[in-house]
Design a protein around this ligand. Structure first.
Ligand code: CMX
Length: 386
């Protein structure tokens, strides 16, 4: 069955012809205009890359190979009746574009398990770090150490079911885009001079190097680390006000956070303009399995309190919660109270999406990415002469 998976993935190779046709027949079609705002705003809204495995709509949210999250929940095999989809099923879907049977998913799980022995030197590399090293640093170190082994394609897929939905979120987010570019960043300090050497390697760097780079991007608090930040923030609310917090007290705490120059973690998004459907799916799960959990109740209260406040700020484009506003509370409920590990789980989950797209990058022979950059002076002169 695993051979079947490889076959199904590569029998889609006719996509190469589709790509060639698209390029030769429509290569000059304009997809939009680039404004100065877009250049200064981190390339927001620029359509600029090909990503086959998922597509993100600002209003509707993510679709994996055309299927929304509720549709995936309906059709992908689960471990138990009416349970959540298995991550291996999602991996199959992302790779082949086809919904797998339970038999196929079980065979894939078995195959991955048979390849899951981690070489001793990887543990030694992680153990050599100080015990205070953040779990994301340990994770990246482990992935980098795997690169020098013969551990090819053996990343252990232990993504918990509730996090399977974080596997892919289109190509432009920080972690996926970094993995796609395969930016290998060396930072070195010399006489207070920071030399940043970017070796851009859609340059055929191997999956370990690209995944480690992606994880480093995910570890930022505006991206994947936000799930850790949310739980710590929620706990700080309780520490300061007690668990029986009133709506007015909560409003006050949110304003206090904003006035101290911080963002409200778990709210807002670079692309989405509605409540993240991954949040909605986790909320439905919580309503079913942990309706009385005090932290879940607080998360629900925040859902009422935060959006009007962010709207009142006047500058936030999306006042609604993203996936990170919810995931920590679920993990905490089921016993994983060490918030510093949450982004690691997010990273394991994201490996499914990044890995699947990486295969397609290679199958389609996608070129080295090299967008053009300009200086501020260039922009000023360009605008003056317009
Ligand atoms: N709290 C306070 N201010 C916020 C905010 C929030 N949750 N979300 C956006 N803003 C602010 C921005 O900081 C920005 O302010 P300045 O103009 O003063 O710099 C302004 O609103 C406009 O930002 P935007 O266009 O709405 O959002 P961006 O695309 O710039 O940023 C994001 C998106 C996710 C970084 C931002 O919403 C944020 O910081 N959210 C909190 C952190 C978070 O939850 N991150 C996880 C996102 C999901 C993921 O990748 O895992």
């Amino acid at each position: 069955l695993v051979i079947q998976l490889v076959f199904m993935t590569y029998s889609n190779i006719f996509l190469q012809d589709r790509l060639k046709k698209l390029k030769s027949e429509h290569g000059k079609v304009q997809l939009g205009n680039i404004s100065v705002d877009m250049v200064l705003g981190g390339m927001r809204g620029m359509t600029g890359m090909l990503w086959e495995t998922s597509l993100l709509d600002p209003e509707e949210g993510i679709r994996f190979r055309g299927l929304s999250i509720p549709e995936c929940q309906k059709v992908l095999p689960a471990a138990i009746k009416d349970g959540e989809p298995l991550p291996e099923g999602l991996l199959w879907l992302l790779l082949t574009g086809k919904v797998p049977t339970k038999e196929q998913v079980d065979a894939l799980s078995k195959e991955l398990l048979s390849r899951s022995k981690v070489p001793d030197h990887v543990y030694a590399a992680i153990d050599a770090l100080p015990s205070s090293a953040h779990p994301m640093t340990q994770f990246t170190t482990g992935v980098m150490a795997l690169q020098v082994s013969h551990f090819s394609s053996r990343l252990v897929l232990i993504a918990p079911l509730i996090l399977a939905s974080c596997s892919d979120h289109e190509g432009g987010n920080v972690s996926a885009h970094t993995g796609h570019l395969v930016i290998f960043i060396f930072l070195s300090c010399h006489l207070s001079l920071m030399i940043i050497q970017l070796q851009v390697g859609s340059a055929l760097s191997d999956p370990y190097l690209s995944f480690a780079a992606a994880l480093n991007g995910l570890a930022g608090p505006l991206h994947g680390l936000a799930n850790q930040e949310v739980l710590l923030w929620i706990k700080s609310v309780i520490e300061e006000t007690g668990s029986d917090i009133s709506t007015d007290q909560l409003k006050e705490y949110v304003w206090k956070t904003l006035k101290s120059g911080k963002v409200v973690p778990g709210y807002g998004h670079g692309v989405l303009r509605q409540t993240d459907p991954r949040y909605t799916c986790q909320r439905e799960f919580a309503l079913k399995h942990l309706p009385e959990d005090p932290l879940f109740k607080l998360v629900s209260k925040l859902y009422e309190v935060v959006p009007p406040i962010l709207t009142e700020l006047g500058k936030v484009k999306n006042p609604w919660p993203n996936v990170d506003a919810h995931s920590g509370v679920l993990l905490n409920h089921f016993g994983l109270s060490e918030a510093r590990y949450y982004t690691v789980l997010f990273g394991v989950s994201r490996g499914i999406g990044i890995g699947s797209q990486l295969i397609w990058d290679r199958a389609l022979g996608l070129p080295l990415e090299r967008p053009k950059s300009v200086t501020m002076e260039w922009l000023e002169n360009y605008c003056k002469n317009k």
